[in-house]
Write a protein that binds this ligand. Structure first.
Ligand code: HEC
Length: 137
């Protein structure tokens, strides 16, 4: 009897430990490092509804090819890319400040067009940030 009990106990421990190594839904999302100055960067256009269309238009023009229309990471270019554009609809996106989204959208990712040149206006850039924020609503 006692032997069986120890056997079952041992088995449950092994099962529990091995399960914690199997990533569940989105448990494997790793937050990206962003320089401090951007973490704290203020969004002067926060909640500005009038920028909605500008955000959408710029996202469609500059981002959809990789990120897909809804931000799922399924744009036409995504298939042939070594690093997946990720999924902008994840709830985990909420852990970023607007400044961090700004950095990740225009600066912090390699092998993308130079968005600081392509989207020179600050208003347009924040419009895109506001739009990206709506993707995981
Ligand atoms: C050439 C393809 C490409 C284009 C165009 C592109 N991205 Fe990305 N983007 C990526 C890739 C690839 C990553 C993920 C890189 C990584 O995980 O290291 C990424 C990551 C991101 C992230 C961080 C996502 C995360 O999970 O942490 C944001 C936010 C983002 N992009 C926004 C944008 C916005 C906004 C635009 C348009 C202005 C844009 N990107 C245009 C390829 C692209």
């Amino acid at each position: 009897m006692k032997k069986n009990f120890i056997l079952i106990l041992g088995f449950s421990v092994i099962l529990t430990v091995s399960m914690s190594f199997i990533p569940g839904d989105n448990q494997d999302y790793k937050k990206k490092e962003v320089p401090k100055e951007f973490v704290e960067k203020e969004n002067p256009y926060k909640g500005d509804e009038s920028l909605k269309m500008i955000g959408l238009r710029n996202f469609n023009r500059h981002c959809v090819s990789c990120h897909g229309k809804k931000g799922k990471g399924d744009g036409v270019m995504a298939k042939n890319m070594k690093v997946s554009p990720g999924d902008l609809t994840l709830p985990e996106m909420d852990q970023y400040t607007d400044g961090e989204i700004y950095y990740l959208s225009f600066i912090g990712i390699e092998n993308r067009p130079d968005f600081l040149k392509l989207i020179p206006s600050e208003e347009d850039k924040w419009a895109v940030v506001n739009f990206v924020r709506t993707l995981n609503d």
